[in-house]
Structure formats: C-alpha cells, structure tokens
Write a protein that binds this ligand. Structure first.
Ligand code: ASP
Length: 342
C-alpha cells in the first residue's frame, strides 16, 4: 500500500502524503447481511479493503497504509495507546509523511483522541475517524468519513490544531468531542462548545480554534510506565466498597464521576478523602456530560485533597490523570494546574 513519494521539478505539485493507521472498530466491521447495523463483528476488515471502498482517494493524497490493530475499541488498552502514540510520532517526524489518519472504533475514540492530543509531538495534521455502521451495511458511513478524514489531513488548515476528529462532516477538537448516541450516524458532538468546523465535498472550513495547549506544547508522553487510574461513580445509595477495594489494590489515581457539579455522596466522599490522605490522586468530575466542575476552594476540594476536572469528562479526566501521574506530577496543586491548563 506504500505509494511513491518521489517528485521531480517537471512533475505537477505532489499530493500530500498521508499515513492511514487502522486499529479496527465498526468502520472495519462485517455483518451477515446489509440490513444488519448492530449484530456485526467489529475490526475484521483490513486497511486495504477500507481504502478500496473510498472512491477518489488517490486524487486527494498519496496513501501509506498500516494495520496497527484489529480490535473492537471497547478493548483498547494502555499498551496499545503507547504503540499507537509511538507510531504516530515516528511517522509525523518523518519528512516522507505530511499527516496521519487513524481509523478507530467509536466506543473509546474520544479517549484515544485526547491521549494523542497531549502526546503527539508534531504540528502536522493527526485526524481520527470511525463509523457507526459496519462496512457491509446499507448506507455505511465509514467510506465518506474516511474520505473526509484524509481530506482534512491533507489540508494545511488542519496543521497546528491538535488532534482532530472528522465524523459526519464535522471537525471536532479531541479535547471536546464525545460520543453521544448509541446508534445514530450523527454520534459525536462537542457538548456546549460545538464543532471546530466542517469538511464536505473536498472543502475544509474551520470556524474557530482550540485555545488550550496541546501536542508540541504539552509535556506528556505515552512511552513510559502507566500508573493505575480508575473511575468510580456517585449515585443514590453508593457504598464505599469500590474505593476501598481499589485503594487496597494499589490504585494511584481515582476520578469520581460525581452528580451535578461534581457533588459526591457523603460516604463515598469520605472514602475518597481517606484515599487522598494516603496519597491517591483524586479528581472530581461529573457524570452529567456537559458543563464544568469548578474547583471549590479551601472549604472543600483543598481540605479534602481533591482536584477538579473543569470541562473534562470523567473519561478524559482519567486520560489526563494517567499522563500527569506518569510525568511525575503528584502534588495536588501541580495536578490542579495541569487540569486548569490542558
Ligand atoms: N464497538 C465498536 C468499537 O468501538 C463500535 C464502533 O466502532 O462504532 O470498536
């Protein structure tokens, strides 16, 4: 699938060289019949077949394709995150590659996108895309999403914007995007904030750009040892059992998906405060799905030893906590600064 990257003075302007890294997901899914959009196997179709289903790709970019994994993204692992981040960094560091597209399952796409947003050390475009319908389905959405992702990766406008998600014609910032539907083709939104722009019929338009530092301006790496960071949830009648078991298992960090503005059931809050006193990093996020969890100062967060997640969902707060702890940021003030910055 490698294509020539050589050019001569007489040749027309060479097309951008885009690496397409496939990891599996529904975009590479296959079902027994075309009307089946739920009972399929994810991650079984190879990258060459994915690309062959996209007419006109050759007119947009020179494609270099690699199969990094063939998984349902519900099974994404920290080890695979390290492998993927390393490969993206190696490719983007090369003079032979102008941008990267990653095909991924929708289930954990927002986590992988944010991880790469903070660990890819390049200003070249890095785009994730996916599909809600398997490749075998009537009106499969994968081929157009892939075409749009390559169009975006090949565009100069995508450079320096951090990791982006191209899905259903919209362009989302990796930090903001979330899966918001279990079945609809328009499955991704950036709650409250909205998409950065759109891509359609070969045209890319950004309406705005993300302000927080990312990629080359973020100090994180996915290359080292991963700490143990887990998520617990607050709800009516929640017990202390999960936190106590995780502390006994040696957890390094806990994110709590609190109710409302990150409020936590009394007993659970007490168990988290005890965990924090033992050196476990505790981040307060919200299970609501939009809005922010503001640091509530000396009376609460500081007294309990908690950090607040700001606008990060519990899943993205976990990504940042993993990276921050791996980078040696362990004190509460330093962690709060990381959450206020990235
Ligand atoms: N379970 C699939 C995955 O995340 C769902 C999808 O891709 O839409 O790999």
């Amino acid at each position: 699938m490698n294509t020539s990257t050589s050019s001569s003075a007489a040749a027309p302007k060479a097309l951008p060289r885009i690496a397409v890294l496939a990891t599996g997901g529904t975009i590479a899914g296959s079902a027994a019949d075309a009307a089946n959009t739920a009972g399929y196997q994810a991650g079984v179709i190879g990258v060459a077949q994915l690309l062959a289903a996209v007419p006109g790709l050759d007119a947009i970019a020179q494609i270099h394709a690699e199969q990094i994994a063939s998984i349902d993204s519900k099974d994404m692992s920290l080890a695979l995150w390290s492998t993927l981040a390393q490969r993206v960094n190696d490719l983007l560091a090369s003079d032979e590659i102008d941008g990267v597209v990653i095909t991924h399952g929708t289930d954990t796409l927002e986590e992988t996108a944010y991880l790469l947003h903070l660990t890819v050390k390049s200003a070249k475009p890095c785009i994730l895309t996916a599909a809600m319908r398997p490749a075998t389905a009537l009106s499969a959405d994968g081929p157009l999403n892939l075409l749009n992702a390559v169009t975006l990766a090949a565009s100069e406008a995508a450079a320096g914007q951090g990791v982006l998600v191209a899905f259903n014609n919209r362009i989302h910032c990796a930090r903001d995007v979330a899966k918001v539907s279990t079945y609809a083709v328009d499955a991704f939104q950036s709650p409250e904030i909205g998409a950065l722009g759109w891509v359609q019929d070969g045209r890319v338009e950004f309406q705005r750009r993300a302000l927080r530092p990312h990629t080359v301006d973020a100090p994180f790496t996915a290359a080292g040892q991963w700490p143990m960071v887990e998520i617990v949830t607050s709800y009516a009648g929640v017990s202390r059992a999960a936190v106590e078991a995780l502390v006994a298992a040696g957890v390094d960090g806990l994110v709590v998906a609190g109710t409302g503005n990150g409020s936590i059931h009394g007993g659970l809050q007490q168990s988290l405060a005890e965990a924090a006193a033992k050196g476990v990093a505790v981040v307060r996020a919200s299970r609501v799905g939009s809005g922010h969890v503001m640091h509530n100062g000396a009376a609460k967060d500081d007294a309990l030893g908690f950090v607040s997640s700001g606008t990060l969902s519990p899943y993205k707060a976990r990504v940042l906590l993993l990276l921050a702890l791996a980078a040696g940021m362990t004190d509460t003030a330093g962690l709060q600064d990381a959450f206020d910055t990235y």
